[in-house]
Design a protein around this ligand. Sequence first.
Ligand SMILES: [Zn+2]
Length: 213
Amino acid sequence: MTRDASAHEKPHRRTDLLKIGLPVAALIIAALGCQALASPSPPMSPTASPSEARPMEPPGVIDEEDGVVPDGTTVFDTDVPAVTRLEPALLAALRRAATDAEDDGVQAFRVTSGWRSEDYQQQLLDEAVDRYGSEEEAAKWVATPETSAHVSADAVDIEGSDATAWLSRNGSAYGLCQTYANEPWHYELRFEAAAHGCPAMYDNPAQDPRTQR
Ligand SMILES: [Zn+2]
């Protein structure tokens, strides 16, 4: 940026230094410095984000039919595809657990995500890449449409610390296990958990062999 300018100025400055002595030269150098700072330099070109770099795709409407969950949805809802399209065994276990949790004073488990279409999963992945800055970081939070347990209807995200605390204490009896240490809301069915307890969690989805392609 300023290198060209100072290289250009150097011969003159040397001559001036000899002629006019140090105090004035110091002022000139200071002035030159200011000038260099003030001179317009090319702005740092921002790295284009992945979404900008990608060609525009027609904006598909992602809605409840893709698994978007309306506020207030619980595991007992019968008309929300994100819930009703879950694997029947997972949904049955969730409803059994939620019923028993209510006896312990825990409100009906609220669902923030369940089954998702591939399009919805891709949208979430694109958003995560934008948010976290790289596909590698995004993979710690969002799986691809090909590997997501939400797309295969095998995972549910439960909202509310009461519910997730209850599930972390009692879920294994129903086969309901937290899968990832960084996602206390994400539960999947592990049939063996009732007898043997839940398997060890992965740190995050990127550590899960199922998400490797
Ligand atoms: Zn999840």
